[in-house]
Design a protein around this ligand. Structure first.
Ligand code: SAM
Ligand code: DTB
Ligand code: SF4
Length: 330
């Protein structure tokens, strides 16, 4: 029931996704227990190191230069400022620091050198460093790895079919290519999607099918609920129900048992009870801190209360690497 498989069919995934909800949750909780310590949740912090002014047209994104969202485009932050922010996040209990840039692809200039400096500095503090910088060349992936980068986030966001309705300035194939480049350099892959963008259940199943049939499952799978931002084409989308989040999380858990499944954007709108359902369904990672990239996140005090209430503890950093006996850079 919980073996690692890369040969899932869409029909099998659809059958799982559509199981009676409580049965689905029970099975996901069982598989979660077989592969992870269910008392641990990975605590990650995000920082937007280069905000806004992005040339891409992702319909959900407040950072695209094409939409009037009231967000000011900023330059890349200074490495010293970013490294101090990471130290603060670490002191608040975070073990993974994820830096996001509103780029179509990583630059080939001083900005990229500065990102490498950030990666080196934060890795040296013993945190798992993750970046999300858009498309990467082979050489850039090698340089990031060399600087100590632990993980790279690059989401597929939705099904291949629906992708064209959400983004026209790049293709699904471009996304898959960067994922392969990252994998080739032995960087941990973080790849997931967003629900609530007007996609069908079949689109969600198709996204999970693509993820779970990659040659290797992503080590992290972020499940985001759309945050409808004023000024984007998605501003009037209705909030997704928690039941849809639970189905998505549980199906990700059952098809990719070893992955860290991250309850990502949208958590800010969830009660503790709703979040508890997501943890029961197999989520074992969250973002904490004041902001995600540009939108508000849950209050840290409330999150600590929730951990206390549910008996959860933050997961230590580099646990995967330690279990796989890989060299860790701390
Ligand atoms: N520019 C890079 C890229 O697109 O890969 C990195 C940053 S981009 C903002 C990272 C991810 O944030 C997107 O792939 C998307 O999944 C998520 N995201 C952006 N805006 C969102 C929103 N309004 N609601 C939920 N998730 C969002
Ligand atoms: C992911 O899947 N979700 C995070 C992270 N990876 C980079 C980003 C969420 C962004 C939400 C909108 C914002 O704050 O701008
Ligand atoms: Fe740019 Fe990334 Fe936002 Fe798309 S999701 S507009 S690529 S920052």
């Amino acid at each position: 029931m919980s073996e690692l498989r890369n040969d899932w069919t869409k029909e099998e995934i659809s059958e799982i996704y559509n199981r009676p909800l409580l049965e689905l949750m029970y099975q996901a909780a069982t598989v979660h227990r077989a592969h992870h310590n269910t008392g641990e949740v990975q605590v990650c912090t995000l920082l937007s190191i280069k905000t806004g002014g992005c040339p891409e047209d992702c319909a959900y994104c407040p950072q695209s230069a094409r939409y009037q969202t009231g967000l000011e485009a900023e330059k890349l932050m200074e490495p010293s400022t970013v490294i101090s922010a990471a130290a603060k996040a670490r002191a608040a209990g975070s073990t993974r620091f994820c830096m996001g840039a509103a780029w179509r692809d990583a630059r080939k200039n001083k900005d990229f050198e500065n990102v490498l400096t950030m990666v080196r500095g934060i890795t040296a503090m013993g945190m798992e460093v993750c970046c999300t910088l858009g498309m990467l060349t082979d050489e850039q992936a090698a340089q990031l790895k060399e600087a100590g980068l632990y993980a790279y986030n690059h989401n597929l966001d939705t099904s291949e079919d629906y992708y064209k309705d959400i983004i026209t300035t790049r293709s699904y194939e471009d996304r898959l290519q960067t994922l392969e480049t990252v994998r080739n350099h032995d960087i941990s892959v973080c790849c997931g999607g967003i629900i609530g963008m007007g996609e069908t259940h079949e689109d969600r199943i198709s996204l999970l099918h693509t993820l779970s049939t990659l040659p290797e499952h992503p080590e992290s799978v972020p499940v985001n609920a759309l945050i409808p931002v004023q000024g984007t084409p998605m501003e009037n989308m209705k909030r997704v129900s928690v039941w849809d989040m639970v189905r998505m999380i549980a199906t990700a858990r059952l098809t990719m048992p070893k992955a860290m499944v991250r309850l990502s954007a949208g958590r800010v709108h969830m009660s503790k009870e709703e979040q508890a359902l997501c943890f029961m369904a197999g989520a074992n990672s969250i973002f904490t801190g004041e902001k995600l990239l540009t939108t508000d996140n849950n209050d840290l005090g409330e999150d600590m209360e929730m951990f206390e209430l549910l008996g959860l503890k933050p997961r230590e950093s580099f646990k995967d690497a330690k279990e796989k006996h890989l060299p860790v850079t701390t």
